[in-house]
Design a protein. Structure first.
Length: 238
């Protein structure tokens, strides 16, 4: 892991709000739009909360989501949960908990369209774009890995062009091939394993995202950045 440090100068874009979910969980929900600054707050709190003397005895685990953070606890009474929530409300205003991760940059080679990306042509038509334009928009950003979830190694990425936001399929596919690159809502990502899925599939990469033989099995980590590199673009059906 590359050097990490805590930023003290960058404000969050919205006030954090904690909610009691059950007797063993309180969750931080940050409102849209999803931002890197807000995700950095989630990263920092996830690391520091289990170390805080005032509450570490009751904290079992922290789990980062997309601009959310869940804190799992020992069994607590209602009054204890309220005390914990109030404590977290207070510390979450402190910008010392915003964490900046200087991750690696990874290039992801992608074959777009045809059998590799069966939704690319139709999605381009929906967006009133050419296939080339859609691919250019998808490959232009430098994406940030916000967290890993859904499958081992599946990256949830920040940075997708808003013009490419796309609804998931109403009826998910029963089998999405491993390595598929797609868009679901405001997210773009890569399926490390074959599985059912409803995302709009743009292309495919042969680069493995998960390998148990490696010391670090997941190719990508929160805070890494990545670029999609188009190595082939099929503009029609194949």
């Amino acid at each position: 892991m590359s050097h990490q440090d805590f930023m003290t100068h960058q404000p969050t874009t919205a006030k954090p709000m904690w909610h009691i979910c059950n007797e063993q969980c309180v969750t931080l929900f940050l409102p849209k739009p999803v931002t890197l600054a807000q995700q950095q707050l989630c990263w920092g709190l996830a690391e520091k909360i289990p170390q805080l003397d005032d509450i570490k005895a009751c904290v079992k685990e922290t789990v980062v989501g997309m601009n959310t953070l869940s804190v799992y606890t020992e069994d607590l009474t209602v009054s204890q949960l309220l005390e914990l929530k109030n404590y977290l409300d207070q510390i979450s205003q402190d910008t010392q908990f915003i964490k900046h991760i200087e991750g690696r940059h990874i290039e992801i080679p992608v074959r777009y369209g045809g059998d590799y990306g069966p939704d690319l042509l139709d999605l381009a038509k929906q967006k009133n774009m050419t296939v080339r334009e859609l691919v250019e928009r998808h490959t232009a950003p430098i994406y940030t890995v916000y967290f890993i979830g859904f499958q081992p190694g599946f990256p949830y990425l920040g940075g997708l062009d808003t013009a490419l936001y796309s609804s998931r399929h109403a009826t998910p596919r029963l089998q999405v091939p491993a390595g598929s690159v797609g868009i679901g809502g405001e997210q773009t990502g890569i399926y490390p394993f074959a599985s059912p899925g409803g995302w709009q599939l743009l292309g495919h990469t042969d680069l493995p995202l998960f390998n148990l033989q490696n010391d670090q099995p997941t190719l990508l980590q929160a805070g890494d950045t990545l670029s999609f590199i188009a190595i082939e673009v099929i503009e029609g059906k194949k």
